[in-house]
Ligand binder design. Structure first.
Ligand code: BG6
Length: 254
């Protein structure tokens, strides 16, 4: 489209895709660090892509965060998501209720007039309790649904900001700092090389559950997230990255 060429966004998309080794990149104009409307545009672009990718009956797993909340805001009813089921990717991860994956998944489903399932598990659990909860029939069934998700949509955060925002334990914060984590996604923390250096304990999707058959859509923007986005993509390049001009330029100038 004309707008894109005028801003050179198509060039940015191609270059970022190459640098990050990501199949497809969509860049919206602006920098969400500077203007909040840019995050809304990320949301709009993501919903457009979701409508293209979703087939009737698909299971869609969504993570939490303010960016995913912006995606949820933009969802509107469509024939496309008839019979779709939205599920949260993982437990609450210490986030505020408004931006927990449970809330985002139910908001999306309600706005899409699709179905949703909630994952009712507290965040701070001992290993033992977590293991036995995973064996509860209702939870077990939901965990199986999450693993069957056709599409997984998530955000990326800066490691220290995420550890701060959540009620992350002192020990974990120290580990995140010592091991120089720069990025975070789904409660996993990554260093510059894309190695996992810390993982929040909650049930739900585990990163090594992700398989080739799934479409992973990452939505993250703002120049401050450049390092975090690059780190995560080293771990596992997503099928689609939806970002903004601010992050795209910062990724290329690293
Ligand atoms: C969390 C997600 O809730 O939000 C993470 O579990 C993500 O996957 C983070 O990194 C991003 O938050 P925000 O507010 O920057 O979109």
């Amino acid at each position: 489209p004309a707008m894109k060429i005028a801003f050179g966004l198509e060039d940015l998309e191609k270059q970022v895709a190459e640098v990050l080794n990501v199949e497809k990149v969509i860049v919206v104009s602006g920098d969400s660090d500077e203007y909040s409307w840019v995050k809304k545009e990320l949301g709009r672009a993501c919903v457009q892509q979701m409508k293209k990718q979703i087939a009737p009956g698909d299971i869609i797993a969504v993570a939490g965060g303010t960016t995913l909340a912006a995606v949820a805001d933009m969802v509107s009813p469509s024939e496309k998501w008839k019979d779709a089921v939205f599920v949260p990717a993982r437990g609450g991860l210490g986030e505020k209720v408004e931006i927990q994956s449970n809330t985002i998944s139910s908001t999306m489903a309600t706005k899409a007039r699709a179905a949703y399932r909630l994952l009712h598990v507290p965040d701070q659990l001992s290993n033992e309790t977590r293991t036995s909860l995973s064996l509860e029939p209702g939870i077990k069934e939901l965990l199986a649904l999450i693993r069957k998700a056709k599409i997984v949509i998530h955000g990326i955060g800066e490691a220290e900001i995420m550890a701060d925002r959540r009620e992350t334990s002192d020990g974990a914060v120290q580990q995140i700092k010592e091991k120089a984590a720069v990025g975070e996604a789904f409660g996993y923390y990554f260093d510059r090389e894309g190695h996992i250096v810390h993982k929040e304990r909650t049930i739900g999707l585990q990163l090594n559950d992700l398989n080739e058959a799934q479409t992973v859509i990452t939505v993250a923007g703002g120049s401050s997230k450049a390092e975090a986005i690059s780190a995560y993509m080293k771990y596992r390049p997503s099928n689609l990255l939806i970002t903004d001009e601010g992050a795209a330029k910062a990724i290329l100038n690293r």
